[in-house]
Design a protein around this ligand. Structure first.
Ligand code: GYE
Length: 326
């Protein structure tokens, strides 16, 4: 039985294939892959600092691994992502990867990729499908736990409050995995104690302008806002600007928690405009390339690979800022 090729990522990020051995040819280095390995990648867009860092991570990891990266940016349009995936099928790339802008509507194009024998790797977000064979692996954050952590830490700040504590949510784009799961995680944690309650929500579409518009609408609708859960830094920063315009003191009243931990988010946290920032690392490029090379060499890959997470407060934000890579 052929043992699969072992594979390590060297210091320079280069992949060196350690020989696996078939029966009868121990020690003989198997035929080196012809290369280059061609990866077709469709990115969601350029909507946030997180997304730009994610793109940078994927592009630099492809360079470091000598992988020929066909990269397309859908600018938030699912039809463009589907067209890009189809173009990679037509070009017969070795592996297709993409960050799905929304969860639904992928089965047809992914079925065509599977039928063409091209493995698909999801990054960042998930798809909603009954057919798990349509992708071989997904690499990304556990968004539910990010919502849990946002509620947990915000709740600490209201431990002495008599309650109820009115929270408003700034949501990402509808039907995206982080929008749905960060809300679900937040709701599950506050339900356990019952003091914090989400009284209203508005979508800010992951952008700073969107977060500002959403915050204005919520301020008009809600008489009492004690806390804001912004599903990413950009929307939180938009809310901070509007709250200051209205003579309020974000970080004190209301308190604010965001997700991503970009440099801008950590700066606002260090300045006292935010109270907590949950990290969702965008730097998954090397994890993706490791999967791509393993697939090319005929290896098996885990169905799910999680990215790094953390929670920053004011002090740890100040410590992290000088060396922050994104
Ligand atoms: O939080 C946001 C980006 O999918 C985790 O998308 C990503 C989210 C991230 O626009 O900044």
């Amino acid at each position: 039985m052929r043992r699969r090729t072992l594979m390590t990522l060297g210091a320079a990020g280069l992949v060196s294939a350690l020989p696996g051995c078939a029966d009868g040819d121990e020690g003989k280095v198997p035929e080196a892959p012809k290369g280059p390995i061609v990866l077709g990648f469709s990115q969601v867009g350029s909507e946030s600092g997180w997304r730009l860092a994610n793109t940078k991570s994927i592009q630099s990891a492809a360079r470091n691994n000598r992988i020929d990266l066909k990269f397309s940016n859908a600018e938030g349009d699912q039809a463009k992502q589907i067209a890009a995936i189809q173009s990679y099928i037509d070009a017969r790339v070795n592996v297709i990867s993409f960050a799905p802008v929304v969860e639904s509507g992928w089965d047809d194009v992914l079925r065509r990729a599977r039928d063409a024998g091209i493995p698909v790797v999801l990054t960042d977000r998930m798809i909603n499908t009954k057919d798990e064979s349509l992708y071989v692996s997904s690499i990304g954050a556990e968004f539910l736990s990010e919502g849990n952590l946002a509620a947990l830490y915000l709740g600490l700040d209201f431990a002495a409050a008599a309650g109820p504590v009115n929270v408003v949510e700034l949501l990402g784009t509808p039907d995206s995995t982080p929008t749905k799961q960060r809300s679900d995680g937040f709701a599950a944690t506050i339900a356990r104690e019952g003091k914090l309650r989400v009284v209203d929500a508005e979508t800010g579409n992951w952008t700073q302008a969107g977060g500002a518009t959403a915050m204005r609408k919520l301020l008009r609708r809600q008489k009492k806002i004690d806390a804001v859960f912004a599903q990413n830094d950009e929307m939180g920063l938009g809310a901070v600007a509007v709250l200051k315009e209205q003579g309020l003191k974000p970080g004190t009243q209301p308190r604010i928690v965001t997700v991503d931990a970009t440099r801008a988010g950590l700066k606002a946290l260090a300045d006292g405009d935010l109270n907590y920032v949950v990290e969702c690392s965008p730097e998954i490029g090397s994890q993706l390339m490791s999967v791509v090379v393993d697939l090319y060499l005929g290896g098996s890959v885990p169905k799910r690979i999680e990215s790094q997470k953390n929670v920053f407060n004011r002090d740890t934000a100040k410590d992290a800022l000088p060396t922050r890579t994104y």
